[in-house]
Write a protein that binds this ligand. Structure first.
Ligand code: G1P
Length: 303
């Protein structure tokens, strides 16, 4: 008998229940996932990334005030009709682009009990198969396909796969942090322990967990057993550390060296927009010229 093929990765979970308090008042009535990065809402980049990695079923974990997310990925027949009547094919194409990207599903988290709790809300939908988790604050440049590589590593090694990135040691307290051992693949390490947002000076490395995961369904049991951790919330990192401690399944990590844009706080969000706008084929040339002039002529020179 040939061994059973591992289940292919089909499902993605996108936690999107956060209140977005760092972006108030913009997020008072608008989900932070809908804030535009150039001219597309952040959530659309994330869904497009999942789709290009071959995922066909996407579950968003939402909450109050998140109706706009569902509307964005649904048809808007009135708008389509108006654009059609005007013969504006270009905008019609943009409006239609989000209609049928994937099978989208929504579940509400109800209480803000943390990222781990949000992922646990996906358990009935995911069932007994590996699944991806994509956090909307991290945008990964489509030219540096991370998720497809993680899926490949998960197929080869089983268990779960996370994504790590080297950060300035002064920043590691903002992230989950991993202790690792090398493998024969230069971009893959085996995770030996994890800690969520270590105290300054106590981090085991400068390898930060970034917001892409390919998880074994065993993480759901680990999450059920995980007590609240940092910030009084149920942390996904703590559940993964629990899973490691059982020794039942490995956790590997892809060490990402590509382009990642953080949209999680206002400064990073602005930097992401400027970088992406500079690189856009349709906007980039004019915008770069303006930006150069602005920086060299309008801003006071630093001493
Ligand atoms: C979450 C995770 C953390 C990870 C980070 C990546 O933290 O808990 O382990 O490093 O995402 O963006 P958050 O930024 O939501 O506080």
């Amino acid at each position: 008998m040939t061994p059973a093929q591992p289940a292919p990765l089909r499902k993605a979970v996108v936690p999107a229940a956060g209140m977005g308090t760092r972006f108030l008042p913009a997020t008072k009535a608008t989900p932070k996932e809908m804030l535009p990065v150039v001219d597309k809402p952040a959530i659309q980049y994330v869904v497009e990334e999942a789709v290009s990695a071959g995922l066909t079923d996407i579950l968003m974990i939402t909450g109050r005030n998140k109706r706009a997310l569902e509307d964005h990925f649904d048809r808007n027949q009135e708008l389509e009709r108006i654009l059609q009547d005007k013969g504006d094919q270009d905008r019609l194409r943009k409006v239609r682009a989000t209609n049928d990207l994937a099978a989208l599903h929504y579940v509400r988290q109800g209480e803000p009990k943390g990222l781990g709790h949000a992922v646990l809300c996906a358990a009935p939908h995911v069932g007994d198969e590996p699944f991806a988790v994509l956090l909307g604050d991290d945008l990964i440049d489509p030219r540096d396909p991370l998720l497809a590589r993680m899926a490949e590593v998960q197929r080869d090694h089983g268990g779960s796969v996370i994504a790590l990135m080297e950060v300035d040691p002064a920043q590691i307290h903002l992230y989950g942090c991993a202790e690792v051992a090398l493998t024969k693949d230069a971009d893959v390490v085996e995770v030996t322990s994890l800690v969520e947002k270590p105290q300054p000076g106590q981090a085991p490395s400068n390898l930060a967990v970034i917001g892409r995961y390919v998880l074994s369904p065993a993480v759901f049991d680990a999450l059920r057993d995980t007590p609240p951790g940092r910030g009084g919330e149920i942390q996904l990192t703590d559940a993964l550390e629990r899973l490691l401690a059982t020794g039942d399944e490995p956790i590997h990590a892809v060490v990402f060296k590509g382009r990642r844009y953080d949209t999680g706080d206002r400064g990073d969000y602005l930097r992401a927009i400027v970088r992406l706008a500079c690189e856009r084929e349709d906007l980039g040339a004019d915008f770069r010229t303006w930006l150069h002039q602005y920086v060299t002529q309008s801003l006071p020179h630093s001493p």
